[in-house]
Ligand binder design. Structure first.
Ligand SMILES: [Zn+2]
Length: 275
């Protein structure tokens, strides 16, 4: 908590002092300019994401539908193509899981999972891009690192240096997976905070619009999610709680997103991913 305060105050200090404080406390800044406490080495968090993904693949059936795989890969590729260069250094792996779960996730280390159940709720390529953009945004903004950094149990028991190793073979696996937003998969749910959700919404909206997906479909997606809730809460909403003002915030940023979409449209290269 003290360190969080230090992060916030660092943002308003003269540059040299702020830099010193940042190095001492593990402060960073999210893509939207929010001060963050990041205690873990990002390479280690990436390794942890990769090993968690391997495990999920080993225990969850992967869809053999060529059409579903091509469709999800197509949308993911378009969204990934507009992320900053550092996220494109290594190819991302995109896997479609054969499951009724209405869910999707992205993990540090360049991994994306989409469940076939989501494809029934996200009605078109634009809505799927809204989900994938939102999930990639959690990775871009380092939300897992931030969550682990604020989890005192993890900090105290693992030590900052051992986290990647520990993720592979210790009893803290469930908590670590949960920090990735994989609550439904591991049975322990640590929901992303409203701050993280709002941030992922805004970054995701920008990504989808830049990639040439219709930004207003993001609003329809979350409306569809809410409707799908009548038959049981979609799993994605248990780890990604809906901020009350989600739709309002999306709408407030729609003009900017619309301009990005129109710029892509003017280039004559709008995506056509067939469902
Ligand atoms: Zn989220």
């Amino acid at each position: 908590m003290k360190k969080n305060l230090a992060c916030r105050s660092a943002a308003s200090l003269p540059a040299l002092l702020a830099l010193t404080l940042t190095l001492l406390t593990g402060c960073a800044e999210s893509p939207t300019g929010r001060p963050q406490l990041m205690l873990f080495d990002q390479n280690q968090v990436n390794k942890m994401g990769i090993s968690t993904f391997e495990e999920l693949k080993a225990k969850t059936p992967v869809s053999k539908s060529k059409k579903a795989n091509q469709y999800v890969q197509c949308v993911a590729n378009q969204v990934l193509a507009v992320t900053p260069a550092k996220y494109q250094q290594n190819p991302w792996e995109v896997v479609v899981f054969d499951s009724d779960q209405v869910n999707a996730f992205a993990l540090p280390g360049g991994k994306i999972g989409v469940y076939t159940g989501l494809l029934l709720v996200a009605e078109n390529q634009h809505q799927l891009a809204a989900v994938i953009g939102h999930e990639i945004a959690h990775v871009m903004a380092g939300h897992s690192n931030e969550r682990l950094s604020s989890n005192q149990a993890v900090q105290a028991t693992l030590g900052v240096a051992d986290v990647a190793l520990s993720a592979v073979n210790t009893r803290y696996k469930a908590e670590l997976s949960s920090a990735f937003g994989l609550g439904a998969q591991v049975g322990i749910i640590l929901p992303f905070s409203r701050v993280h959700e709002s941030e992922a919404d805004l970054i995701g909206l920008e990504l989808m619009a830049k990639a040439g997906f219709k930004p207003e479909e993001s609003v329809k997606l979350w409306q569809n999610m809410a409707k799908a809730g009548s038959g049981g809460t979609p799993q994605i909403l248990s780890s990604h709680p809906v901020p009350e003002n989600r739709i309002k915030a999306l709408q407030q940023n729609m003009a900017k997103a619309e301009a990005l979409y129109q710029a892509k449209q003017a280039s004559g290269k709008l995506p056509t991913c067939n469902r």
